[in-house]
Design a protein around this ligand. Structure first.
Ligand SMILES: [Fe+2]
Length: 495
C-alpha cells in the first residue's frame, strides 16, 4: 500500500462517551491518497467509476449537545478503473468549516441546541446551523455535489480528486431561500439536476432544475400551509414529486423561537406533483397538483415512474414517525425500531385525483439504492440496508426483487458495519442488475476499514473483492456511484 498523507486537521473535540463520536463513529482527521491497496479477491475490470460516500465527522467540541447530523463533512472516495483502484478522503471545506478553523473552535449550534447559542447566523431552514454539506453526495454536470440535510449551499468538487471547486453559482435567489436540500436527483435521460428547498418563510418550498451544463433553468414556488421538513424527492419522466408530511415543527411554538418536532396524525400526507420543464404544454398548464395519503413520514424514496394514468412511487413508509418517548441524543431513536420503515407503494391517479397505497414488505429497511439509470423508469431491484438494532449502523444489505417479492441478503458479520451501498452498473452493462454493489465497511474487530464489492445479481455469495483501506473510517451517511463517463475532469487513469 502506498499512502500520501495530504493534510491533518487538528481537532478540538474532547472525546467522551458520545455514541456518535466513538466506536464506529470515531472521526477521522487525516486526509490521504492511497494506492496499491491490498485486495482480497479480484476487482471487476468492468467497473469504471467512483464510489463516493459522505460522512458527519466532527472536528470541534460542540457549543451545546452533539447530534450526529452536526458533524463536519468528509467525503470518502474509491475510484475504480480496469481492475485497479485508489482511495481518497477529504473534508468538504465549507464556509462554516473554514470559519471554525480560523476561530479554532465551534461557532454554530447543533440540531438539538437552541439556535440562539450560535455565534453566527448560520444556515439551515431552522437557522444557526453549521452548513457542513455532510449529508448527501451525487454527481451532476461532471462534478460531485455535496449537500446539507436542512438546506445549505451546494458544494461542487472534482469527483475524481475531491478538490473543492466551490459553491455552485445558481443565482442569489436560491441562496436567499436557504440554498438546496439534500437529495437532489439527476435525471438519467436529460442530465438535469432536480432539487427543492424549504424554509420558515412563505411560500415555504421551491422546486428547481439545473441543466447538464450547470445552468439554473427552472425555479418555481411550491406553496405550503406552513414550515415543513421534507427530506427527499422523486421524479418521473414528466413530473417531480415533493413532500408535505405531518411531521414538522409545531408552528404554535415557532414564534417563541422553539423548534419542537411534532407529529400530527390527524393531518394527511400530501404530495405535490410538479411539472418538469421538459413536460408538454398541456402538463405545464395543469400546474402543481396535490394528492393526499394516510399520515406517515418518508425519509427516503426508492423510485417513481408513470404507468397509464398513475404515478407510482416506492419509498419507506414509517409506521411510527414519532417514537413513543420522543427523540433523545443517545442514538436509541435513530434505529428502525423507532420509526418502522418498510417498502411501500403509493399510486397517484392523475385522472381521478385519488391515491392508492399498499405495503410491499413487512421487514424494516431503509437507505435503499437502485441502478440510477432506472430512476423515473419501471425497475425491478433495490438494494436496501439492514439496520443494526437500535442504532444508526448497518449490518447487511438486502436485495429486493420488486417483481417476484423474493429477496436475498448479505450480512457483514459481527462488529462490521456497512454504508449506504449503491448499485454500480458495469460500464458495458447489459441488464438492470449487471453490475456490483459497493460499500465501505468499518470493522471494529480488526480496527480496519475496507471497500466491499458484491455481485449485484448474487450478493448472498459474499464479496468478489475486499479492498483494505489505509485507516479505519467513521461510519457515514449517503453515497453514490458515478460512471467514469459522467465525470467531466480529465480521468487521469490510476497509476
Ligand atoms: Fe437522507
Amino acid at each position: 500500500m502506498h499512502i500520501d498523507l495530504v493534510n491533518t486537521v487538528q481537532p478540538t473535540l474532547v472525546h467522551g462517551q458520545h455514541p456518535f463520536m466513538t466506536g464506529p463513529f470515531t472521526p477521522n482527521y487525516q486526509e490521504v491518497n492511497a494506492t496499491d491497496l491490498e485486495v482480497i479477491g479480484e476487482i471487476p475490470k468492468r467497473l469504471n467509476g467512483v464510489y463516493l460516500r459522505n460522512t458527519q465527522n466532527p472536528v470541534h467540541q460542540p457549543l451545546g449537545t452533539y447530534h450526529p447530523f452536526d458533524g463536519d463533512g468528509m467525503l470518502h472516495l474509491m475510484s475504480f478503473e480496469k481492475g485497479r483502484c485508489e482511495y481518497r478522503n477529504r473534508f468538504t471545506r465549507t464556509k462554516a468549516f473554514l470559519e471554525e478553523q480560523a476561530a479554532g473552535h465551534a461557532l454554530y449550534a447543533g440540531l438539538i441546541d437552541k439556535p440562539s447559542i450560535s455565534q453566527r447566523p448560520g444556515w439551515g431552514a431552522r437557522g444557526g446551523l453549521r452548513d457542513s454539506a455532510a449529508t448527501d453526495v451525487i454527481v451532476h454536470a461532471g462534478k460531485a455535489l455535496a449537500t446539507f440535510y436542512q438546506c445549505g449551499e451546494p458544494y461542487r468538487l472534482d469527483a475524481r480528486t475531491l478538490e473543492l471547486e466551490g459553491v455552485a453559482d445558481w443565482g442569489a435567489q436560491i441562496m436567499a431561500d436557504g440554498g438546496i436540500s439534500a437529495h437532489p436527483k439527476v435525471c438519467p435521460r436529460t442530465g438535469d439536476l432536480l432539487f427543492f428547498n424549504y424554509s420558515k418563510h412563505a411560500p415555504f418550498m421551491h422546486y428547481g432544475e439545473v441543466d447538464s451544463k450547470n445552468r439554473l433553468v427552472h425555479y418555481v414556488p411550491v406553496p405550503l400551509p406552513g414550515p415543513r421538513l421534507p427530506h427527499d424527492m422523486m421524479f418521473t419522466e414528466n413530473y417531480s414529486v415533493l413532500d408535505d408530511f405531518p411531521l414538522h415543527w409545531d408552528e404554535s411554538l415557532l414564534g417563541e423561537g422553539k423548534h419542537k418536532l411534532s407529529y400530527f396524525p390527524n393531518q394527511p400526507s400530501r404530495f405535490a406533483v410538479v411539472p418538469r420543464r421538459h413536460a408538454s404544454k398541456a402538463i405545464q398548464d395543469q400546474g402543481i397538483r396535490w394528492f393526499e395519503a394516510t399520515p406517515t413520514y418518508v425519509l427516503h424514496w426508492l423510485n417513481a415512474w408513470e404507468e397509464g394514468d398513475e404515478i407510482v412511487m416506492h419509498g419507506y413508509h414509517q409506521k411510527t414517525p414519532m417514537p413513543p418517548k420522543g427523540y433523545d441524543n443517545k442514538g436509541n431513536t435513530l434505529g428502525p425500531e423507532r420509526y418502522g420503515p418498510t417498502i411501500y407503494e403509493w399510486r397517484l391517479n392523475l385522472r381521478t385525483g385519488h391515491t392508492h397505497e399498499r405495503r410491499l414488505d413487512e421487514r424494516y429497511m431503509e437507505f435503499g439504492m437502485i441502478n440510477a439509470n432506472y430512476w423515473s423508469h419501471p425497475y425491478r431491484y433495490s438494494y436496501n440496508m439492514i439496520a443494526h438494532p437500535n442504532s444508526f449502523l448497518f449490518d447487511g444489505i438486502l436485495r429486493y426483487d420488486h417483481t417476484s417479492g423474493q429477496s436475498q441478503q448479505y450480512m457483514f458479520g459481527e462488529g462490521r458495519f456497512g454504508s449506504e451501498s449503491p448499485m454500480a452498473p458495469c460500464h458495458d452493462s447489459q441488464a438492470e442488475d449487471d453490475g456490483y454493489v459497493v460499500s465501505f465497511i468499518t470493522d471494529m474487530n480488526t480496527n480496519r476499514s475496507e471497500c466491499m464489492v458484491l455481485d449485484a445479481r448474487c450478493i448472498e455469495a459474499g464479496p468478489v473483492a475486499r479492498i483494505l483501506l489505509p485507516h479505519r473510517i467513521s461510519s457515514g451517511t449517503h453515497s453514490c456511484w458515478a460512471d467514469a463517463r459522467e465525470i467531466s475532469t480529465n480521468w487521469p487513469g490510476l497509476t
